[in-house]
Design a protein around this ligand. Structure first.
Ligand code: N2P
Length: 380
């Protein structure tokens, strides 16, 4: 083959590729907006990273013939910016409940047509009642997974640096500057999420994590600012691998992510022993909610996918893989005992009593949070 033939072949291949719909695993958002193919047997999903079992999408595609484009994010703020700008191109998005509540008010979602969701009956009515506080009548959102914000830590490294009495069951482990300073050498990370981190700092300070008082929020920000010099990074997904590899030793993170890190370390047999604690002062419980944007192009496909994800075995397999609790009462029997009986994933009532839900932030306080966060991240 001479150079000219190679070039022509390459051009032909390129032309062919451009004419095709996006492949299931391409980050189509990077190439433009997904969802240009209205009416087709396609579905564009935007979900959190590290948040689905390997077989969930391929099985759905096989069952239905619907091709799924699956993009990921790791920040409610990033998702919200897209939703508020409109025309995301997505048919399903997954904001956390406190963000969903605000987005419902902004009118960005379609009410769910429950006549097309026969599996809706499988959802846990107790959890749906909690969710209804922010999604009145459960009109817009289907819970995907729920979990907590807590502390993932490397058992041996923390013991080596802070001794046997290291306060691993307290926010003091990361918010007391004396402890944070000692952890600096082995790597301390926090979620890049103003509401998740500042609400934990508020709780540690004995304040209401849903306080509407800007000065109280500022005090929590001041505390994070004090430990900032000891923080390796603020990031909401990198810590899974870094904890697993032993590159960092303490992360304020999300329950299932820490257990995924623990699973990876165990598979690698690298001697890294990880644990997750829900601090005794109290911690946030969150729900991630699947919803359909108003301008979704493939609404029936989106409903079919939501219904599929409410099949007990499907969502149980998902929980088993990602180590997060689902909200499907009929699925519990299929969840591995190792996940179901883990009190940090499915907390017992005594721990549940210490968990708080974040409410919708009014716009003026949203600005307080975001300004404080920018200051924390830039160190000014
Ligand atoms: C998935 C984390 C989702 C939890 N990696 C936060 N909503």
């Amino acid at each position: 083959m001479n150079a000219k033939t190679v070039l022509l072949l390459a051009l032909a291949l390129l032309a062919g590729a451009c004419g095709k719909p996006p492949a299931a695993d391409t980050a189509s958002a990077a190439a433009g907006k997904p969802g240009a193919d209205a009416g087709a047997k396609t579905l564009n999903v935007y979900n959190w990273s590290d948040y689905i079992a390997e077989n969930t999408i391929p099985d759905f595609e096989k069952q239905t013939g619907i091709k799924v484009t699956y993009d990921v994010f790791d920040s409610n703020e990033v998702l919200e910016a897209k939703l508020m700008a409109g025309a995301t191109g997505y048919d399903i998005v997954v904001p956390s409940l406190n963000f969903l509540g605000r987005q419902i008010k902004a009118g960005v979602f379609l009410p769910l047509d429950k006549s097309k969701l026969p599996n809706y009956k499988n959802l846990d009515p107790k959890l749906m009642a909690i969710i209804a506080q922010l999604d009145p009548g459960n009109q817009y959102g289907i819970p995907y997974m729920w979990g907590t914000v807590g502390i993932g830590y490397n058992v041996n490294k923390v013991k080596a640096l802070l001794g046997d009495k290291a306060p691993v069951d307290s926010w003091a482990l990361v918010f007391d500057p004396a402890n944070a300073a000692k952890l600096k050498s082995c790597g301390l990370t926090m979620l890049d999420s103003p509401t998740d981190i500042l609400s934990a700092a508020l709780k540690y300070q004995g304040a209401d994590p849903n306080t509407r008082d800007a000065a109280t929020i500022q005090k929590a920000a001041d505390l994070v600012m004090k430990v900032r010099p000891y923080i390796t990074y603020f990031h909401s997904s990198q810590y899974i691998n870094d904890l697993a590899n032993g590159d960092v030793c303490v992360s304020v993170g999300w329950s299932g992510d820490v257990f995924q890190a623990r699973n990876r370390a165990r598979e690698a047999k690298n001697g890294v022993e990880l644990a997750y604690s829900i601090p005794k002062e109290g911690a946030q419980m969150w729900f991630d909610m699947m919803a359909i944007p108003k301008d979704a192009k493939h609404v029936d496909n989106a409903l079919a996918f939501l219904n599929y994800l409410m099949e007990p075995k499907v969502i149980a397999d998902d929980s088993n893989f990602i180590a997060y609790a689902n909200a499907n009462a009929a699925a519990t029997q299929y969840v591995d005992p190792a996940v179901r009986d883990n009190p940090a994933i499915y907390p017992p009532p005594a721990v549940m009593d210490k968990l708080f839900l974040l409410q919708v932030l009014p716009p003026d306080l949203d600005r307080v949070y975001n300004r404080a966060w920018t200051a924390i991240k830039t160190g000014r």
